[in-house]
Design a protein around this ligand. Structure first.
Ligand code: PMP
Length: 405
């Protein structure tokens, strides 16, 4: 992969932070945006900004075509069979809430079980807790081992004929663990359960093929895969989406509305897209996925693995540094704590040197609780990062540790 060429697509990488070149290692929170995506947003607002689906004028037609063409781009990107299996949402969080509120409310009740893992982001925990309080089903938790890998033996023991849904992430945002979701889907289906995969951290880094995975639902966010904020995707198998009741009501999602005869709903996926969507962002997300395709997700993945190995090697040599998340299959995320140095102090100090990392619980409090910490430092990589940036980050980290100790 030609990283120099990749970097040229990201204007933000030219900026300085506190007098130093920006080194952006907070990609698991949000990735930076290539100029092609920025230009797509700009072009939309300059030339064909219009509401979609209902207009008969030229601009509305152009916007509708661009919006619906993106559905096809997304379908291809994740290997779905049909475009009507692609629902646009505000992001991963909204996609999971959609499944919980629509499929979950219609299908879960007392005696049922939902299996989630200890590796989950809060957005794949809390919607199920909210619904469990209302519907009276039970949440059971797949444990993780000391490396931050899912305990697959425990998964096989926990799953049973009462399990209706397995909800698990493809890649953990806190540790970078890649979960064996295809195998988990097979086991779920053997027990008559569905599987929802939170792909927020997989879409930018792994080759995603929802058909090969046999995922029933798959969710991801635009802003983590070089696209804009405010847009995401829910993939759902057509038969499931068709059987699910609408979640939000409003314009766009209806066929007819009547006080006397009742209201009927649009076909999928429109049944789940009430109101005016994030039109510009959807179209720009399509451009982001094309950009990933032009570079090649396989090349991005291999490059990030090099960065990960380099970072692990350098960090492991730092006295008193404890790496969290050492599972054999990992994406480009390093999470660590340093003896005698609070994570927040480290992040603030290295920000003074232009290095952006994240600290905190990464919306994964149950996971961090197991490891006896309430915060870690997390550096996460994208296609535009380089080994030299990791060296600067490690040098900055060493300086910060000396200062706070
Ligand atoms: N799941 C995972 C694994 C994530 O990393 C994130 C974002 N940090 C989310 C869900 C939520 O994504 P969003 O905030 O874009 O809805």
């Amino acid at each position: 992969m030609d990283v120099v060429k990749v970097r040229r697509d990201f204007p933000i990488l030219e900026r300085q932070v506190h007098g130093h070149p920006l080194i952006y290692l907070d990609n698991a929170a949000t990735s930076q945006t290539p100029r092609q995506v920025i230009e797509t947003l700009d072009h939309y607002y300059r030339h064909y900004n219009a509401n979609i689906h209902r207009g008969l004028h030229t601009l509305a037609d152009e916007a509708t075509v661009a919006y619906e063409t993106t559905r096809e781009t997304v379908r291809g990107f994740i290997g779905a069979r049909e475009t009507r299996e692609i629902v646009f949402t505000r992001g991963t969080t909204e996609a999971i809430n959609l499944v919980a509120n629509s499929w979950g409310r219609a299908n879960l009740g007392p005696g049922d079980e939902v299996l989630i893992s200890r590796l989950e982001h809060h957005s794949n925990i809390v919607p199920w807790q909210l619904l469990a309080a209302e519907r009276g089903f039970t949440i059971r938790v797949i444990p993780v081992d000391e490396r931050g890998a899912l305990d697959m033996a425990a998964y096989r023991e926990l799953i049973n004929e009462r399990t209706r849904l397995v909800a698990v992430n493809h890649v953990s945002n806190a540790f970078g663990t890649i979960n064996p979701v295809a195998e988990m889907a097979r086991i779920a289906h053997e027990h008559g359960a569905l599987i929802l995969v939170d792909g927020a951290q997989a879409a930018p880094h792994e080759i995603v093929d929802v058909t090969a995975l046999d995922a029933d639902f798959y969710a991801f966010s635009g802003h983590k895969v070089y696209g804009p904020t405010g847009v995401g995707v829910l993939y759902g198998k057509a038969a499931l989406l068709e059987a699910m009741p609408p979640w939000q009501g409003g314009g766009e999602m209806i066929r007819t509305v009547s006080f006397e005869a009742g209201t009927t709903y649009a076909e999928i996926p429109h049944k789940f897209e009430a109101g005016t969507p994030a039109i510009a962002e959807v179209i720009a997300l399509g451009r982001a996925l094309e950009w990933v395709g032009e570079i090649g997700i396989g090349l991005i993945r291999a490059w990030e693995h090099r960065l990960l190995e380099h970072a692990h090697h350098e960090l492991a040599a730092i006295d008193g540094l404890r790496l969290l998340g050492t599972a054999p299959h990992k994406a480009g995320v390093v999470s660590f704590v340093v003896e005698g140095a609070h994570a927040q102090d480290i992040a603030l100090l290295i920000d003074q040197l232009g290095v952006a990392i994240r600290t905190g619980n990464h919306c994964a409090q149950p996971l961090l609780q197991q490891f006896g910490v309430d915060a870690t430092c997390r550096a996460s990589f994208a296609a535009y990062n380089t080994p030299e940036e990791i060296d600067i980050f490690v040098a900055a980290l060493k300086r910060a540790i000396e200062m706070v100790r």
